[in-house]
Design a protein around this ligand. Sequence first.
Ligand code: ADP
Ligand code: MG
Length: 257
Amino acid sequence: MGKVIAIFNQKGGVGKTTTNVNLSACIASKGKKVCVIDIDPQGNTTSGFGVDKSQLEYSIYDVMIDEVDIKDAVIKTEYENIDLIPSSNELAGAEIELVSTTDREKKLRSAINTIRGDYDYIFVDCPPSLGLLTINSLSAVDTVLIPIQCEYYALEGVSQLMNTIQLVKQNINPDLEIQGVVLSMFDGRTNLSIQVVDEVKNYFKGKVYATIIPRNVRLAEAPSYGQPIIYYDNKSKGAEAYLELAEEFIDLEEDVI
Ligand code: ADP
Ligand code: MG
């Protein structure tokens, strides 16, 4: 049975989507079967894999709102071992449409459970909010992977993030755990980045990955070509870092470390 992981931080621009696209592609390149679910109405994960949102038959919206079978919404990407369940523009309205439905926090959960057996890992890219789409994601997953940007206000909003996880744990998903914390956009030339790493490690104790993702322009360019970094520029610092993170992730899962 595959493990389901939400990539979550309600702050925007911290590296959720970049981590989702590139970590999942790197894990898949190591022979694991991966599915990526894009539940952010912005659809950056969908376009990051080169899939055009306007050309889709079904998206995760249809699964959550119209009860379309999730297997019908799965798309094979052009990359090895990666399937995608895409976002669509309609998802922006889903927050409101969900309010009046029964089991509104659990729409994703039952759908995802039907595809668990098909994958080693399923990653869910969350929107930058604490609305019903995010709550649905946190209710559906086993663990949460939290990207944190190495910047001045890095820990701002983290207590709210931890409260949300705690609330979902108490009320809907008692087994929810933290998978790990990824430090992103690290700039080794600044004392600030170094200081943030210490603060975050102190706050999250043993949960922070040893691999830190550097700021790397190739990571910012790759999405406009619809390619994960290992296909866009395999030799870049960004590709090296996400490959290393994938190894650390798998080793921890398989108890090698
Ligand atoms: P989120 O999904 O949390 O909103 P993104 O992953 O979309 O954040 O990242 C925000 C912006 O920063 C994007 O333009 C992305 O290309 C860029 N970015 C993310 N990580 C890096 C990095 N390590 N180096 C350089 N640019 C990055
Ligand atoms: Mg995003």
